[in-house]
Design a protein around this ligand. Sequence first.
Ligand code: ATP
Length: 879
Amino acid sequence: MKESEDILKKISADLLSVKQITHLADIFNTSLKAALSYCEGAIFSLDCHDNMLYNLIQMPNPFRESPFFLQHVLLKSLSTDEVLLTEGNEDFAEFRIRDGLQTWRFGKYLSSIPPVGSAIVVFPMRQGNDFIGNLFLLFTDASSLGDYDIKMLMLISVSINLVLIDVLAREKVLLSDNLFQERLHERMAQLEALALLGNAIASVRSFEKLLEIIDRYTIKFIGFRNTMFVTLNDNHPADKLVSEMHFVNGDAMARNKIDDGFVDRMLPGEGPVIYNIEELAKTSPLPGYMKAVSDAGIVKVAMVRFSDAKDAPGVWLLAFDHNRPLSPNAMQMVKDVAKMITSATQNVFTSLEYERRELEKNRLIQFSNSIASIRNKANLARTVKDHLHDLFEIDDFLLWSLSEDHSFRFPVLFDDESIFASHPAFKARTTEFRNHDGIYNVILAGTGVSYFDACDLEKAYSEHPYFAEVIETSDIRAMGGSVLRIGEEVIGLLTFSSHRIQLVKEREELYLSICSQLAIVASNMLATDKISAQLAEISKLKERLEDEKIYLQEELKTSANNSDMIGSSQGIKTIHKLVEQVAYTDSTVLILGETGTGKELVARSVHNNSPRKSKLMVKVNCAALPATLIESELFGHEKGSFTGASERRLGKFELANHGTLFLDEIGELPLDLQGKLLRAIQEKEIERVGGKAVIKVDVRVIAATNRNLEKEVASGKFRSDLYYRINIFPIRIPPLRDRISDIPLLASHFISKYAAKVGKEIRSMNTSTLRELQRYNWPGNIRELEHTIERSVLLTKGDTLKTFDIPVANSDRNDESMYLEKKIKTIDENEREHIVRILKMCHGRVNGHNGAAILLGIPPSTLNSKMKRLDIRKREMRP
Ligand SMILES: Nc1ncnc2c1ncn2[C@@H]1O[C@H](COP(=O)(O)OP(=O)(O)OP(=O)(O)O)[C@@H](O)[C@H]1O
């Protein structure tokens, strides 16, 4: 016992002489170890500044490569129990190691588990009431540790506690002295770095370069892992955005709202604000970019605004991957650098603005270059759309022209694949849209760009059904528009839809410059459209004039040949009367008669006496064209509508518009066309072959035929509805053989006509020759008579026409066949029939130039006696 007290005294004396940590460590390794027989000891001293527990005595262990106790322990990794380790016992704690589990409470101080059977005794070290560290002693054999030993240890631990306080106080004085020196040096180095930084950033023109330089000169003083700039969009204070984020060696990040709980909290303050994002993430979700930062292993960020002013253009953000507090020097440097960034960013902003303007200028030039050379509307629309999308992320655009009073608009230019264009209203391109709908009238009244959000669009729905439909079937949520002007003149409107309408707002100046260019394009386009329409109209008129010219020439020929209907017979008189009655109406006229009886002449007479006489009478001979071509002849065709249709052609219906269409030989019209003709007559509208548009026509139709249409209807060759439609006013022309009293007039008309033509002077013809003409049955009617006389005029020598080249055989044959068809008559019956027929022709007149006696070649007295003998009465003589 005495021996132990001596040892204790000696150790206490030794301890009292300790002035330095190393001395204390020596005692732990030598006399104290020998006296107490522990295997290894440790004094963990608390360093609040660094948040650490440092082992002050490193004990070498001859049996182990490394000591049991660690060199230092991170304070924040320990729970309160793990720090104090006394389990409520203020003075000490003893742990007996029976298995690995025993070490759980102080295990974080150990580098490996002590052997089973060992014991660890822990004494908390205090200064006043403050905990300043722990004393650990490890005994490999716990059984050798008795109560007496523990008491001894407690006494010694008190001395050690005192020594520790003393040594630490001495160290602190020394340390603060050293620290001051160190800080002074560091500050000097910082000032040097700041001076270099100031020089380097003076000429900086981009945020990337600026960050690179800041990173180079400050990282070793501030100790961040990354640094970045957050530039604030100051143009629209109500909707401030973090417009760009710049990382050194990192990607620029997307834009974010300023009200994110970080930037907004920092802006009003003075100095840097430090956020422990690891802690903050536990309480509320981080904004996107902070989350990305946190995911990259950053635990703390410092933010400081560029300038002292509260409306700073940006924020400097420093990201740390440790949680150690920033030293006062580091904090000072952050403030100093932030101030330097303020002036540097002015340069950067000026330079960026200059670059932006240059870029915009180039883009404008690019835009005007690319649209200048385009002639095709579809290509122009696509190019404009592509540019608008590249520059402003505009999804769709529409260029409108305006009605004179600006109350309506018309789509002029748009991409065929746009959402708008898919609506049927746009297909026609002629649809007009009312402007007073709460959207377009606002655009019209505005001076710059007007913007509309989903709410505005919804309001406009009810006013505008088309709009409602487009909005409902698409995902358009915002649109905008502006007036296109050249000087003071309003050319039209440009409207657009976009998912990022914000971009147009930000680049409104560029957008309006593009609009000025589009105004010129629109004005040229509208002028070109107008000119093309006028040219089309001119070429249509030219085409029409060309066709009219041909017809007028033909008409001239016919009217010169057939100035008038010659004849004084009752038949001709009746025709004159009918023509007079029907001419001034718009009724369809059907002219019936054998070939050559003068049907065309009658048709022309109807036309010439009608109110349409100043317009064309267009003739179509339905028998002269193959069935396949008649439809195109009548109704015209579009280019490429059938093989050979290389050009667009007007049909005769269109050519005869406001005039008369003469359908000769209508009985020859194919059945399918008869229906189309009926529709054209009834509806007064036609469709060109291969065309889709319905064309209105105002045409009076005169039809002619030598067929018996009633029979044709009965045999199904002619549509009855068409027949009844055209048979409203029939004019039947008798054959020449039934009006032989016209022959003398016609003959002398044709003689003078053809004599004049060949330069002969033929004044008369023999009575016998005339009788010859009247006796012939003229199956070719007046045309045949005309040709016969033309031939005879050519053959005649002298001034009297003596012979005609009448086909006698033909006449005989005709007579013969005529007779054979009838029953054999007696001479008297035959004579009676013949005299009655001639008397009828001469309207009962016996005597005189137009009398029957001359035609029959007998004196009037002979005729009278024959009439008496054959019992021919007056009533039989009526035609
Ligand atoms: N009354 C008339 N006076 C003078 N010339 C006439 C008369 N009738 C017919 N002609 C002449 O007879 C010729 C034939 O007449 P037109 O062509 O009008 O007959 P058409 O009945 O239409 O014949 P087709 O049925 O063969 O077409 C024409 O040259 C025409 O000028």
